[in-house]
Design a protein. Structure first.
Length: 323
């Protein structure tokens, strides 16, 4: 049964009259066609959410009988309400040339990593590498990741659990966003086998560039007297307890801190407040990816600990959300 048929069955089973559709940016091109198809086949009204959708951490409530979320695997520890995860497995793996291109850069014992999009390829790639003499480990999933070897931008559990068994990692995917977090977890080499480019590369200088930017943000925040601690309203990003702890920690150091609750963390929404620096407990990647957009320092929680002297710069850690 294909995924649309499975969805139609769920719509019928729930007797849904209205269906909400949530697409990440990269899948917006499919929105109109899918809404049309579902309306025609199920006799329902579809509402396409035009808000951004960043991950399975970000399933917004909608005034509908059923929410259909595309492009992300559900986070096992979350209790979603009326949500159908529309599974979009990647295309079949027909050409392994991009994996072959990675081989000269790989150690003999290697951990295999990817995103949900290419997860279906891992068994075939594992077998291919094993035939070539490599020992391949694929980390089992945990509370926030659904599939073996799957990385999130905020959760590197599947890399961490195999670290003692491997001397390096092979990431199957197209960008640096996911594997860069692994580079902060370990000094072991990380090779990216990119199926879109059909080639392989190492994660060379990116870590150093990020560290320089983070060092600058931390240095700028050292003079701050008033901190704003951001807490997300998104289902898989909310860390209220941590925000309270950070507020208490700031106050212990004689600094002022207030908690700010928001859905979309964006520079425009932080304008105007009498705050010297921000600490973001929402998606850990906002401070890293959007660093140039924020006028005031935007720190991750481990970076805030460095500012307060509770953690040493040498112990810098990438922020992860662990359930
Ligand atoms: S919190 Fe950020 S990195 Fe983690 S899944 Fe959500 S959008 Fe991705």
């Amino acid at each position: 049964m294909d995924e649309t048929e499975r969805l139609l069955e769920v719509i019928r089973g729930r007797n849904a009259r209205t269906v909400g559709l949530q697409f990440p940016v990269g899948l917006r091109t499919k929105a109109v066609e899918l809404a049309q198809e579902i309306e025609a086949k199920a006799g329902v009204t579809c509402l396409v959410s035009a808000d951004p959708s960043f991950g399975a951490c970000d399933v917004a409530d909608m005034p509908v009988d059923l929410i259909v979320h595309l492009g992300h695997a559900p986070m096992p520890h979350l209790r979603y309400n009326r949500v159908f995860f529309y599974d979009l497995p990647g295309p079949p793996l027909t050409d392994l040339a991009f994996v072959d291109a990675a081989e000269p850069m790989l150690p003999k014992r290697v951990g295999l990593l990817t995103t949900t999009q290419f997860r279906g390829w891992l068994p075939q790639i594992k077998e291919h590498l094993e035939k070539a003499g490599y020992e391949v480990a694929v980390g089992e999933p945990d509370k926030r990741v659904a599939y073996a070897g799957q990385l999130l931008g905020c959760d590197y559990h599947t890399a961490e659990v195999v670290t003692k068994d491997v001397n390096g990692y092979l990431y199957i995917g197209t960008g640096e966003f996911h594997p860069i977090g692994v580079a902060f977890l370990t000094d072991k080499p990380i090779v990216i086998a990119d199926p879109e480019r059909g080639s392989a590369r190492t994660l060379a200088d990116l870590k150093d560039r990020i560290l320089r930017q983070r060092f600058a943000a931390i240095a700028r925040a050292k003079d701050a007297k008033v901190f704003g601690i951001i807490v997300s309203r998104k289902i898989g990003q909310v860390r209220m307890e941590m925000a309270r702890d950070l507020k208490a920690l700031a106050e212990k150091h004689g600094l002022q801190a207030n908690i700010f609750l928001m859905d979309l963390v964006s520079p425009d929404f932080l304008e105007g407040y009498h705050v010297d620096a921000w600490v973001n407990t929402a998606c850990p990647r906002i401070a890293i990816e959007d660093v140039l957009q924020y006028k005031k320092p935007l720190l991750t929680p481990p970076e805030f600990e460095i500012v307060l002297g509770e953690r040493k710069w040498e112990d810098y850690a990438f922020d992860e959300i662990r359930a």
